[in-house]
Design a binder for this molecule. Structure first.
Ligand SMILES: Cc1cc2nc3c(=O)[nH]c(=O)nc-3n(C[C@H](O)[C@H](O)[C@H](O)COP(=O)(O)OP(=O)(O)OC[C@H]3O[C@@H](n4cnc5c(N)ncnc54)[C@H](O)[C@@H]3O)c2cc1C
Length: 273
């Protein structure tokens, strides 16, 4: 078995989506001791996770840019970044950029780039490395934490942070029976499955919240017209409620003086999406 030893004050973060990347960048920006941070994340890019990996420009963040800054002490940070980088990334910033909702892929680029900035300016020679793999086991040995990754290698660290995100829901029995049907899309972000639905007369959407908005925006972007004008989409949900308006408030970022996993957690705006 290969043992991969990380120098002291080492932190392993399992999951490099929004929370993992935001935690790493805050640690790098604020640490008072040298850190060796390892992020174990199977995706190629850090900071995207499920929400910000979508390539579709019609999938927007669910609130105004002014509440999505990675730096609560500088609420306009994201707005300025969007003005500076939006165009180069395929998005034209509107005049009131702070009150606009940018595409989610662009927000993922912002998180990724902010993490790269934190690595470049890392305090006290701190480092970050990304291991592209999945963690399959974690054992808390007396003084170290040992994390087994896909190829059987073990990553050792002084502390570990789990930032695994939400797991994919399992299909119900009824849905499983439909799984291979060409007119069924089990995942509203499966671009190929949505392509197959463009010439349907009518669409039934199960669920009526923000993923429904993503699905309708994706179908419109594909030119979906349905059989009637205006076209008909039926959305069903056990709650019978549509998406609710987002509160324009910040969730504070935890401040961490010492690099202890137990006192670090990223701002997470999940809100039961
Ligand atoms: C489609 C969608 C849209 C959303 N839109 C918004 C929005 O507009 N605004 C908002 O505030 N919130 C939104 N959310 C909620 C959003 O998921 C959270 O705000 C936030 O991005 C969650 O971050 P996270 O790091 O917890 O999870 P994620 O960003 O999903 O990251 C988890 C990461 O862990 C990795 N991982 C999991 N298990 C392992 C393992 N064993 N080994 C290695 N890596 C592992 C995964 O690959 C993934 O990259 C959305 C969610 C979804 C699903």
């Amino acid at each position: 078995m290969r043992i991969d030893r990380i120098p002291h004050h080492s932190i392993a973060i399992v999951g490099g989506g929004f929370a993992g990347a935001a935690t790493a960048l805050k640690l790098l920006d604020r640490t008072e001791v040298p850190l060796a941070i390892t992020i174990i994340e199977r995706r190629e890019e850090l900071g995207r996770g499920i929400a910000y990996s979508t390539p579709e420009p019609v999938h927007l963040v669910n609130g105004p840019a002014e509440i999505f800054s990675l730096h609560p002490e500088d609420p306009d940070h994201l707005s300025r970044w969007l003005v500076e980088h939006g165009l180069a990334n395929g998005w034209t910033p509107p005049a009131e950029v702070g009150s606009s909702s940018p595409p989610r892929y662009l927000y993922g680029t912002y998180v990724r780039d902010e993490l790269a900035r934190a690595v470049a300016n890392a305090r006290l020679g701190s480092t970050l490395r990304h291991i592209r793999s999945s963690a399959s086991a974690l054992v808390a040995a007396p003084s170290r934490i040992r994390i087994t990754i896909t190829d059987g290698a073990v990553v050792e660290a002084d502390e570990a942070i789990l930032a695994l995100g939400a797991f994919q829901p399992r299909l119900s029995e009824a849905e499983s029976q439909l799984a291979g049907h060409p007119r069924f899309a089990a995942n509203p972000w499966d671009t190929r499955a949505l392509d197959r639905l463009v010439d349907c007369d009518e669409i039934l959407l199960i669920g009526s919240s923000l993923s429904m908005v993503d699905a309708i925006a994706s179908m419109e972007a594909r030119g979906y017209r349905g059989a009637t004008a205006p076209y008909r989409v039926v959305a069903s949900s056990w709650k019978g409620a549509g998406p609710s308006r987002r509160r324009a408030t910040f969730w504070p970022m935890a401040h961490c003086r010492r690099p202890r996993a137990s006192c670090c957690h990223a701002s997470r705006r999940n809100g039961g999406r």
